[in-house]
Design a protein around this ligand. Structure first.
Ligand code: OXD
Ligand code: MN
Length: 588
């Protein structure tokens, strides 16, 4: 336990507010965590899985009404409503504190208050930051212990500093009507009440590492982004790093752990995963942009994860993992989800806790947003730099989305500002990671719409600023789309491991070793610039997904023009100029 006065004062405040029977400080020791796992199994909060097949693994089920992030109940509580911007919900901070404290008051009665000191980023890294979360959920403690670095070592690094983030989580009655996920960027404060679903309650992740951190990044000249980080090793042993932003559930975890096609593997190419969801990036001493993954585990979507789509993620879940809302196979006390294999269990319990026969039932066994919380160190392709306190240098930034039409397989932006424009016009068909309709096209600039802790127009401005700070050392910016469909609704690009072929072109472009053609939207590879060795794909299809359709793009610019209106005068002039430039080039 710490002697830090600011921490102790806040914990005292929390004790008085929440009225717990007991306070337990999480020290990060295996003994303490093991005792908590046991306790959670005794109360039914978690189920211990087959120790031989899945050592140290557990299953947890949330309430049926508490299975995803709740964007409509997520608020940015800054003093001036204008600073939250058009893409965030806003509440007045004083009113929000009052409302949330009223909801949480006394709610730990009869319960334990767990105090979790945690570091986002390797403990002691100059790029890392520290938070405290109080919670009345053992599930949260155990998940935070996988997703972040927790315990006494973190408190030692913090010392007497007041530079830390407060996080209050109270399960209360898990009442969806009183569920709020609130952020106070000006106070470094997060409050989450009436939920027990990961994305809403593991406060280090989206709440701190993106919403609060994006605001800190703007104030302190760095970037907190919804991006994976991966390293690509060539046969000479040189590793180049890229970061990539995709909206939720667009295959970010798959790309982060990709296995190159056999022909590349035989030559000695490898991919190393540094992170699958969040990147914190800062200008390094050498002037380049350096990135760390602030997390320590993967909170991945289970359905669709299998031996073919992502063997590395699957391997990561084989020990020390907490599964949430997947099906329980009663025959051998293991787990199952849709898309794991073609052999669903007959004797099972579905994610709602009901008996389930996977061979006969038309209901799903696992919730579409069911998750695994797996330690990053389990991942067979985890980067040797994963724990590096200085991070990794970024050669390229990749944006992408799920677009059935219009957006080609890959293109390179003309320069940094044009790249910021490309990120700002990102749009994607929605998935199950958040509540709401699935399959609807929505704008999701830089995949940050649900995660930017301040005005998105100012956020674009911050990106433009970072370009000036980095100058000619700035990473090159690209856009990819793995999801083009043909007339029959079939994917035109194989995706998964074959995405490596596109990464190869991207790296070669960064090294000045690959050709491209200039088009109105940016630089595209010629079909022959993408290596199809060992892939059964015809040139005609590749040509189609490497073509810029002027008509569709002209329609797109009209759409962008409409969309940009929501930013009003906060839209940087540079982005307006980029849009005008694109319109002119398309008209030629
Ligand atoms: C996630 C998300 O959980 O983006 O990573 O929804
Ligand atoms: Mn995410």
């Amino acid at each position: 336990m710490t002697t830090n006065k600011s921490v102790l004062a806040w914990i005292e405040e929390m004790k008085n507010l929440l009225n717990p029977d007991k306070v337990v400080w999480i020290d990060g020791s295996e003994e303490q965590l093991e005792a908590l796992r046991k306790e959670a199994c005794e109360t039914g909060e978690m189920i211990k899985l087959n120790e031989e097949k899945l050592p140290g693994c557990y299953l947890h089920r949330t309430r049926e009404n508490d299975v995803a992030r709740v964007e409509d109940r997520t608020f940015i509580c800054c003093r001036d409503e204008k600073d939250a911007g058009p893409t965030n919900n806003w509440k007045n901070p004083q009113e929000a504190y009052q409302m949330l404290f009223d909801i949480a008051r006394g709610s730990y009665k009869g319960r334990t208050m767990y105090v979790i000191p945690y570091s986002m980023g390797p403990v002691g890294s100059p790029l890392a930051k520290i938070g405290y979360e109080v919670t009345d959920s053992i599930y949260v403690v155990l998940n935070m212990s996988i997703m972040t670095r927790v315990g006494t070592a973190v408190e030692e690094v913090l010392g007497d500093s007041e530079d830390w983030i407060k996080g209050l989580h109270a399960m209360c009655d898990v009442d969806p009507e009183k569920r709020y996920i609130c952020h106070f960027p000006e106070d470094n404060y997060i409050i989450s009440v009436n939920s027990a679903y990961g994305g809403n309650v593991l406060l280090g992740k989206k709440c701190f590492a993106l919403r609060i951190a994006s605001y800190l990044g703007k104030c302190e000249d760095w970037m907190a982004e919804h991006m994976l980080i991966l390293g690509i090793e060539n046969p000479q042993g040189e590793i180049k790093y890229v970061t990539a932003a995709f909206p939720s559930a667009c295959g970010k975890t798959n790309l982060a752990m990709l296995i190159p096609p056999e022909s590349y593997r035989n030559k000695g190419y490898k991919v190393w995963c540094v992170g699958d969801d969040i990147a914190w990036m800062r200008k390094g001493p050498d002037g380049r942009l350096w990135a760390i993954n602030p997390e320590n585990g993967f909170f991945g979507v289970a359905p669709g994860t299998n031996e073919k789509s992502n063997p590395n993620a699957l391997a990561s879940t084989k020990k020390g993992t907490i599964f949430t809302n997947v099906a329980l196979n009663l025959d051998d006390n293991t787990v199952w989800w849709e898309g794991l294999d073609k052999n669903p269990p007959e004797h099972a319990i579905d994610w709602k806790g009901n008996p389930w026969n996977g061979k006969e039932s038309t209901e799903k066994g696992a919730h579409p947003n069911s998750r695994f919380t797996a330690p990053a160190k389990n991942c067979p392709c985890i980067s040797s730099e994963f724990n590096s306190t200085s991070g990794v240098p970024v050669s390229a930034i990749i944006f992408g989305g799920r677009r059935a039409t219009t957006t080609p397989l890959v293109y390179q932006s003309r320069d940094w500002n044009n790249g910021v424009f490309v990120g700002s016009i990102m749009a994607s068909e929605t998935t199950a990671a958040a509540t709401g309709a699935v399959g609807v096209l929505r704008h999701d600039p830089m995949a940050m719409k649900p995660f930017c802790g301040y005005h998105m127009g100012d956020y674009f401005g911050h990106w433009i600023e970072m370009g000036k700070i980095l100058g000619d050392k700035a990473p090159k910016i690209f856009n990819v789309n793995w999801f083009r469909l043909d007339e029959d609704g079939k994917f035109m690009w194989p995706g998964f491991g074959d995405n490596f072929r596109v990464l190869e072109w991207i790296i070669k472009r960064c090294e000045g070793k690959a050709d491209a053609v200039e088009t109105p939207i940016g630089y595209l590879p010629r079909p022959e610039d993408i290596n199809l060795e060992g892939l059964d794909m015809d040139m005609e299809t590749l040509k189609k997904i490497l073509t810029v359709d002027n008509e569709k793009w002209t329609a797109e610019t009209k759409e962008i023009e409409e969309y940009y209106k929501i930013f009003g005068d906060k839209l940087p002039a540079e982005l307006r100029a980029e849009l005008e430039g694109l319109k002119e080039r398309l008209a030629k």
